[in-house]
Ligand binder design. Structure first.
Ligand code: ZN
Length: 300
């Protein structure tokens, strides 16, 4: 499933050439991906004729701001891809569910074999509207995150975004100390920390030398600072490498190119292979239905 680094990779790519483009027409061939709307027609009507003002991100959501201050919000789900095409004549990949055509002829296509992803247009609430923001996000002292949640109430529940919200390690400590659940569960709960999923939780925990099942509240100050730093370092590195592309869920950027951060994974998807630090085999357990990879010698 695409996580923060993969969505950020898409954002950076789209921000390069989508800003200022005007949407001419939208075609929806699978209504499931626009399920928040009454109909595909309703979704299309909110987009057609509008230009793109900005491309942003919050957690695993890609946010395209329109010239009327509404936002097209996209979640790639398990297997969603946004692909640019030069024009309608470019062959359409199988499972293309939405095509956004621009006045200059180019297209942006949403492709999703498993159809867990979604697109919706969020209508900006009035300035004085009461939006209930996540109590974790409210700990933020800067960044774009709070503004985005006010403008897009559907995303107000999201927890701290490691880049769009600013919290120092001390506020991060307050969050961890309020949770008795396993670290991995806390890190991947989108309502606590937004953007981290299975891959980057495992990689961050390895980088911080912490076991996935440690109760979050049990960490010492030094361990909290280590984890806080590890999360931002791992995510930054992953973005630099264009995200991770795994064999089963083929993430690609809008130009169809895979990321290569999977070559730098220390534990994820490496069950039985030697740990790069201690040579012991990497272990795997199933936690809440999903695989967790770790080194029980290096992590404690
Ligand atoms: Zn090890």
């Amino acid at each position: 499933m695409p996580e923060l680094p993969e969505v950020e990779t898409v954002r950076v790519s789209l921000a390069r050439d989508m800003i200022g483009r005007k949407i001419k027409a939208v075609t929806v061939t699978n209504g499931r991906v626009v399920r928040r709307h009454k109909s595909a027609k309703d979704f299309r009507a909110l987009l057609e004729g509008h230009s793109i003002k900005a491309v942003q991100r919050l957690g695993k959501y890609l946010i395209i701001e329109l010239d009327n201050s509404n936002h097209l919000v996209i979640h790639l789900g398990m297997s969603g891809q946004l692909l640019r095409a030069k024009g309608a004549k470019d062959p359409k990949p199988k499972h293309t569910h939405v095509v956004i055509s621009f006045t200059q002829g180019e297209e942006l296509r949403y492709v999703d074999p498993r159809t867990f992803g979604e697109l919706f247009v969020s209508q900006r609430p009035p300035e004085d509207a009461e939006v209930e923001i996540s109590k974790f996000a409210r700990l933020s002292i800067g960044g774009e995150g709070l503004g985005l949640r006010h403008q897009i109430p559907e995303l107000a529940h999201l927890g701290i975004d490691p880049f769009e919200d600013q919290i120092g390690w001390d506020r991060f400590a307050a969050i961890l100390r309020s949770r008795s659940t396993a670290l991995k569960i806390v890190l991947t709960d989108q309502d606590i920390i937004a953007g981290i999923g299975n891959i980057y939780a495992d990689e961050s925990l390895f980088a911080a030398a912490l076991m996935y099942d440690r109760p979050a509240e049990s960490l010492s100050t030094i361990e909290i600072r280590r984890l806080h730093r590890a999360i931002s370092e791992i995510l930054t590195e992953a973005i630099k490498h264009g995200g991770s592309t795994l064999a089963d869920e083929q993430f690609v950027n809008p130009d169809g190119k895979p990321g290569n951060y999977q070559e730098y994974h220390q534990v994820y998807n490496r069950e039985g292979l030697p740990c790069y630090q201690c040579r012991q085999p990497i272990k795997r357990v199933t936690l809440r239905g999903r695989s967790t990879f770790f080194c029980d010698k290096c992590q404690g």
